[in-house]
Design a protein around this ligand. Structure first.
Ligand SMILES: *Cc1c(COP(=O)(O)O)cnc(C)c1O
Length: 432
């Protein structure tokens, strides 16, 4: 290295680590994490990706936003439950509950008596209050775990009777029939892809039946010459045979939502006669990743006592965030679903005017397999397609929808408080 080599100007490790912010961060984040940040920035300066004088400010910035392996994203797709973006964003109440639960907490202890208590008692109480038609509730790791636990405990070594119209693939090649078969239960398929009748179920019921399973085919719709048997009709058959009727409703709506008339909810499904309902916590319920089991007390108790329940149990952070979500009743997903179209238009107009781009009509979607084909009318700011990559790779990262040669920025799933940050990101992406 010559004396004029700019690399000589790269700040030395000891000097960077002696900065007050770095010392403070070593306490907060640990010396290893801070050392790695310093080395990384020095290396970037050696490679010429940043200038030597940028090392110190970049370090200070990085220490304020330490890498957690996950990057926060502004969801400008208009898709409420975006699986690639971690599905439901948590409410402020749920975030507070998460932080409060991050230390030691009474997750399995009764502080009054000093005795061990039932795990997740508060989450259970919140769910039962929000869904009074459920006699009992259990929270597990996710919707798939709820289904595995139910079919294992009720039908391992026996048959699960299910319609051929409901043998769905959820996403990423993940197939419900494979999941059920992995529990040691045998699938007893009835009916056809488009039509299944009560007599098809009736013919399949017998001494080997462990349970009858009805699955909401959440991510697609069969149209035309179709028939399915509603829960209210299946209940007579399962009651006659003394076999549990299990219904996987998918999205986790506890009560009906007038905007989504075809989306099943737990309360109605239980009132119609389901013995057990399974659902996800992080779709339309708007909470953390979790699986809900709601229904008959004897069945839920059987499931809770099954050895597999221990392998799929929810952790204290999930229980805390879920409890707060259910108690608050209002969630970012619900707010985005019910967003006022006029307000969305005003916000889109403001962004469009600031960057000189047009506003176009744009439908949002529920996503995450919920309410397929149901448009949520709204607006998007239409940018040149080339802006999409820069938006995605900028900071804050913004995920737009690329469609028909345009980069569409839909504000439905972006909290209003982030409109200024979004504008900054769009300006940076357009180079304006
Ligand atoms: C999403 C979904 C599942 C899987 O739930 P996860 O929480 O993703 O494990 C199962 N069944 C239906 C009908 C679904 O929509």
């Amino acid at each position: 290295m010559s004396t004029t080599d700019p690399r000589r100007l790269i700040p030395r490790t000891d000097r960077l680590l002696a900065l007050p912010a770095a010392r403070d961060a070593r306490q907060r984040l640990g010396p290893q994490a801070v050392g790695a940040l310093v080395r990384d920035l020095q290396e970037q300066a050696r490679q010429g990706t940043i200038r030597p004088e940028q090392v110190e400010p970049a370090l200070l910035d990085a220490l304020r936003h330490p890498p957690a392996g996950l990057t926060a994203v502004l969801n400008a797709t208009g898709v409420l439950v975006h699986t690639n973006l971690g599905r439901a964003p948590l409410s402020a109440a749920a975030v507070t509950a998460l932080l409060d639960a991050s230390g030691y907490v009474d997750v399995e202890l009764d502080l009054d008596t000093g005795q061990r208590s039932r795990r997740g008692a508060a989450a259970r109480a919140a769910l039962l209050a929000a869904c009074p038609s459920a006699p009992e509730a259990l929270v597990v790791n996710n919707g798939a775990a709820a289904l595995v636990l139910a079919t294992t405990a009720l039908a391992a070594g026996r048959e699960v009777v299910i319609s051929r119209g409901e043998l769905i693939e959820i996403g990423a090649g993940f197939r419900l029939p494979d999941l059920i078969a992995s529990t040691g239960a045998r699938l007893r398929e009835v009916g056809t892809t488009n039509r299944t009748h009560l007599r098809d179920y009736a013919d399949a019921m017998g001494p080997d039946t462990g349970c009858l399973l009805k699955v909401h085919p959440s991510n697609f719709r069969v149209q035309g010459f179709t028939a399915a048997v509603p829960v209210a009709e299946l209940r007579g058959l399962t009651g006659e045979h003394g076999v549990p009727l299990v219904v996987d409703i998918g999205s986790g709506l506890l009560a009906p939502d007038p905007l989504l008339p075809d989306e099943p909810d737990a309360a109605t499904t239980l009132t119609d006669g389901a013995d057990l309902v399974t659902a996800s916590g992080d779709k339309l319920l708007g909470g953390p990743q979790a699986g809900l089991l709601l229904g008959r007390a004897d069945l839920v108790t059987t499931l809770a006592r099954h050895p597999l329940a221990r392998a799929v149990r929810a952790d204290k952070l999930t229980l805390a965030a879920l409890t707060a979500t259910v108690l608050a009743g209002r969630t970012p997903v619900g707010d985005a679903l019910h967003a006022d179209p006029d307000r969305l238009r005003e916000r889109a107009d403001r962004l469009a005017a600031a960057v000189g781009a047009p506003v176009v009509a744009h439908d949002g979607r529920v996503g995450g397999g919920g309410a397929p084909g149901v448009p949520l009318p709204g607006w998007a700011v239409a940018l040149p397609e080339s802006a999409a990559t820069r938006l995605r790779t900028g900071r804050p990262a913004v995920l737009p929808r690329v469609h028909d040669g345009a980069c569409l920025v839909d504000l439905r799933c972006i909290p209003e408080a982030d409109d200024e940050r979004l504008l900054g990101a769009v300006r940076a992406a357009l180079g304006s």
